[in-house]
Ligand binder design. Structure first.
Ligand code: ADE
Length: 232
């Protein structure tokens, strides 16, 4: 049975999952609490990474080294980059990149990691197909979108920057961890998928909207994750 790592950046994103685990073994590594146990009878490790790409990468590497996870899911909220992607909708990653990687002064395209084979990390097609199936069967009232997730150590709340992210990278939504998890998973040959529910529109209304809709968005990711774990 596939051992699954589940990473959420914030308490709100992982608390419901943790509370559903039966007698998890908890271990603190690098100031992060790793909850190892069963969800829907399947072996999982659930962890709150903290916000941002550095925390997310450290967390993923610990899941690989200490827990030998065989797949990793990143769950949480994100800002929509497209008009048709609404608050509470779900975005499933086709791939992910770091929008704030900028070595243009050194002759590289923005988003390209110098001296690396790849800068765009592709999601696992089987996990993606399974997640789509759960959405069709259990979240049919919601908009579900599949596309590129662009991550950076920035909360995007400005329309100009939002437009740039779309024009430059063809992003569907933006957040602060996914691409770091994707890169770390890829370097360790671990399949990954990013599942994000939209909390805001990544423009001037982002801060207000985020506070209002975060809880609703997270509920949708929990339904999706539960369905996905059942199928794995
Ligand atoms: N997570 C949720 N909304 C976000 C935004 N607008 N920018 C970055 N990360 C986010």
């Amino acid at each position: 049975m596939l051992k699954l790592g589940i990473i959420g950046a914030m308490e709100e994103e992982v608390n419901i999952l943790k509370s559903r685990m039966q007698e998890p073994k908890v271990k603190r590594i690098a100031s992060m609490d790793f909850y190892e146990g069963l969800l829907e009878g399947k072996p999982v490790v659930v962890v709150q990474s903290g916000i941002g790409k550095v925390n997310a990468a450290i967390c993923t590497q610990i899941l690989a080294d200490h827990y030998q996870i065989e797949a990793v899911i990143n769950t949480g909220v994100a800002g929509s980059l497209r008009n048709e992607i609404d608050i509470a909708d779900i975005v499933l990653s086709t791939d992910a990149l770091q929008h704030d990687m900028d070595a243009t002064g050194f002759g590289y395209e923005v988003g390209v990691i110098p001296r690396m084979e790849k800068s765009v990390f592709v999601s696992d097609p089987e996990l993606l197909a399974m997640a789509k199936e759960v959405c069709r069967e259990e979240l049919s009232n919601l908009g579900v979108h599949t596309g590129r997730i662009v991550s950076g150590d920035q909360f995007i709340s400005d329309s100009e920057k939002k437009e740039w992210l779309v024009k430059q990278f063809n992003g569907y939504c933006t957040e602060m961890e996914g691409a770091a998890i994707a890169q770390t998973a890829s370097l360790n040959q671990i399949p990954f998928l990013i599942i994000r529910a939209i909390s805001d529109k990544a423009d001037h209304s982002a801060e207000m909207s985020y506070k209002e809709f975060e809880e609703l968005a997270i509920k949708n990711t929990v339904i999706l994750l539960n369905g996905l774990i059942k199928r794995i």
